[in-house]
Design a protein around this ligand. Structure first.
Ligand code: AMP
Length: 178
C-alpha cells in the first residue's frame, strides 16, 4: 500500500544498530523519523489509510506504539487507548500475562475504556516475535473487543510474528520489512 517513495525514504531514515541491546539483536532505531515532520506525516497518512473506515478504536502498545498510534487515531477521528506495561496504571485495570525469553510479563489497560463490540486496530512500531502483540490481542478480546487489524512500521519477517497474530485477524500491515 505504501508508495515506493515512502518505503525508500523510510529505508534511508531508520537506523540499524547491530548488537543492541544484546549481542545478536539488530535494533531498528526509528527516532530519526521525528526529525522529518513531512516524513512523519506521510507515515501517519499511510497507516491511517490502511485502517480508514474499518475500526472504531486504536490500541497502542507502550511505548513506541504511542508515537504513531495516537496520531493514527486523531487522523481517523477515533479514540486511542493505551496498553501499558505492568505497574503503570491506577486501578481499575485489566491484565494479560505473556511469555518472555526468560520468565513472564504483563500488559494492562484501563477497565471500561474499550467497549464490547468495538472493532480494534492494535498498533506498535515493530513486529518481532509477535509475543507482545498477541498478548494485546488477548487483552482486547477479554473485554469483548473485536481484534480487526494490526499495523506496524516495521516487520522482522524472519521471526514469523505474523503467525501468532493470524488467529486473531488476517489484516496485518507492515510498511517496511526486513
Ligand atoms: P515482540 O513481542 O517480540 O514482537 O517485540 C516487539 C516489541 O519489542 C516492540 O514493541 C518493539 O518496539 C520491540 N523490539 C523488538 N525487537 C526489536 C528490534 N530489533 N528493534 C527495535 N525494537 C524491537
Amino acid at each position: 500500500m505504501a508508495s515506493k517513495e515512502l518505503i525508500t525514504a523510510l529505508e534511508n531514515t531508520v537506523l540499524n544498530i547491530p548488537d543492541f541491546p544484546k549481542p545478536g539483536i539488530q535494533f531498528k532505531d526509528i527516532s530519526p523519523i521525528f526529525l522529518q515532520p513531512k516524513l512523519y506525516e506521510a507515515v501517519i497518512e499511510d497507516l491511517a489509510a490502511f485502517s480508514r473506515g474499518k475500526i472504531d478504536v486504536v490500541c497502542g502498545i507502550e511505548s513506541r506504539g504511542y508515537l504513531f498510534g495516537i496520531a493514527i487515531a486523531v487522523a481517523l477521528g477515533v479514540p486511542f487507548i493505551l496498553i501499558r506495561k505492568k505497574g503503570k496504571l491506577p486501578p481499575p485495570f485489566v491484565s494479560q500475562s505473556y511469555e518472555l525469553e526468560y520468565g513472564t510479563s504483563e500488559i494492562e489497560m484501563r477497565e471500561g475504556q474499550l467497549k464490547a463490540g468495538q472493532r480494534v486496530l492494535i498498533h506498535d512500531d515493530l513486529l518481532a516475535t509477535g509475543g507482545t502483540t498477541e498478548a494485546a490481542a488477548k487483552l482486547v478480546q477479554k473485554q469483548g473487543g473485536i481484534v480487526t487489524q494490526f499495523s506496524f512500521l516495521i516487520g522482522l519477517k524472519a521471526l514469523q510474528g505474523e503467525s501468532k497474530l493470524l488467529p486473531y485477524a488476517s489484516e496485518i500491515y507492515t510498511i517496511l520489512d526486513y
